[in-house]
Ligand binder design. Structure first.
Ligand code: ADP
Ligand code: MG
Length: 390
């Protein structure tokens, strides 16, 4: 770590990433701006990051030859995809600085371990029960219902989750999930959802972005609103502190996103923002942090490069209010071209497309960030953009 530009052999220092998705693509792009060569390991012949990287190793994540090639070419290695097998990170970590570590990723990959870690970090989580056996199922307390049954592993964008109201529904849902280890969470009344992104270095130094508010549709992030007026200051501070505690407790190195629920307080008619509860964490940059590319002096990907390369971390400064809209494959599936000319004619619109060649419903194809001098202006322009996109 600490290498930048040409190394001792007169070759550019090379950084590697496990995973070829859009997060890897934006990492690669940030690394290249600083003069790094990049290597992506992803089995897909065509991947968003593989398309823009200097080199693409097309093997399975656990292929020994692929991992050796990655180690030989790279000074340090990161990951963009939390389901990269932890075993691959163990192998890489033995030979090269690898961040985040296999341990941290293994915890974030498994909701059961994740919940235990969150409890160790002293942050509040939704009431829950682990369900690994018929006995666990029978022992579930009534007050966890209605709840959400979530598979312990491999869930994302709301996949691997079933909402259940009764014990019978719970039993049927667990059976439908093939009896895999699960977590049942009590359904909480949400006033809002937000996330905090922190970057922590090898020396334990930690910087953060202010909490952003997230709106989901069908379990997929749809909109992120990033500006100060988002949340009362006390709640913001609490969220940042919780995220830093979680990162410190993990001895985390790299970019970490922590997602929160803000519970509804008071009666339904006069609901307000209440207590903060940690939902989950992602051991990588996050979709809710994409606005940092356009609205901050350092993006979450710049910080990923800096943490990995052991470069100084500086507290990022947001210079514009921002609203991010995800662009899902649904926009293209009916063969209709979105009205890009009209969208791009709006002020402060930054279009990011990930180079995916196949548009499917619910697939993240790109995003659009609106930056503006005020939150009101960013929201107004984002509304116009959204209505043009239909
Ligand atoms: P994923 O890994 O798919 O992002 P999450 O656990 O974050 O899964 O759940 C997806 C969404 O479902 C959340 O962003 C939230 O809107 C809703 N949700 C999840 N858990 C709860 C809960 N305990 N109470 C209320 N809503 C929830
Ligand atoms: Mg989530």
């Amino acid at each position: 770590p600490g290498a930048i530009g040409l190394n001792g052999d007169g070759q550019p220092t090379t950084l590697g990433v496990m995973g070829g998705g859009q997060l890897g693509r934006m990492f690669v792009q940030a690394a290249q701006i600083m003069g790094y060569f990049t290597v992506v390991l992803d089995p897909d012949v065509i991947s968003p990051a593989g398309l823009v990287s200097h080199h693409h190793i097309q093997t399975d994540y656990l292929d020994p030859q692929g991992l050796v090639q990655l180690m030989q070419r790279c000074a340090a290695i990161t990951t963009e995809f939390e389901n990269v097998p932890a075993g691959a990170l163990v192998t890489l970590g033995a030979a090269r600085p690898t961040a985040p570590s296999a341990d941290a990723v293994a915890i974030a990959q498994d909701r059961i371990q994740e919940k235990a870690h969150l409890a160790r970090s002293g942050v509040p989580v939704a009431p829950y029960a682990v369900i690994e056996s018929a006995a666990d199922l029978a022992a579930v307390a009534d007050d966890l219902l209605p709840g959400i049954l979530k598979t312990a592993r491999l869930g994302y964008d709301g996949k691997g989750q079933v909402r259940v109201g009764t014990r019978a529904e719970l039993a049927a849902a667990w059976k439908a999930l093939k009896g895999v280890p699960c977590v049942l969470e009590k359904m909480l009344p949400l006033a809002a959802e937000c996330s905090v992104i922190v970057a922590r270095g090898w020396n334990g130094e930690c910087v953060h972005f202010a909490p952003q508010r997230n709106l989901h549709r069908q379990g997929i992030l749809a909109v992120t609103q990033a500006y100060e007026e988002n949340m009362p200051l006390a709640l913001s501070q609490q969220a940042v502190e919780a995220a830093k505690n979680i990162a410190n407790e993990l001895h985390y190195v790299g970019v970490l996103c922590v997602e929160f629920f803000v519970l509804t307080e008071g009666s339904p008619e006069r609901a307000s923002l209440g207590a903060l509860v940690v939902n989950e964490m992602a051991p990588r940059p996050h979709n809710s942090g994409h606005y940092t590319l356009d609205a901050c002096d350092l993006s979450q990907f710049d910080l990923q490069v800096r943490t990995l390369a052991g470069l100084p971390l500086v507290q990022p400064r947001q210079h514009s209010a921002a609203v991010m809209l995800n662009l899902l494959g649904d926009l293209w599936v009916n063969g209709v071209t979105p009205r890009w000319n009209a969208v791009l004619a709006l002020p402060g619109v930054h279009l990011h497309l990930y180079g995916k060649l196949q548009a499917n419903k619910g697939r993240k194809m790109g995003h659009l960030t609106v930056t503006a001098a005020s939150a009101a202006q960013a929201n107004a322009t984002a509304l116009q953009a959204a209505s043009l996109l239909g």
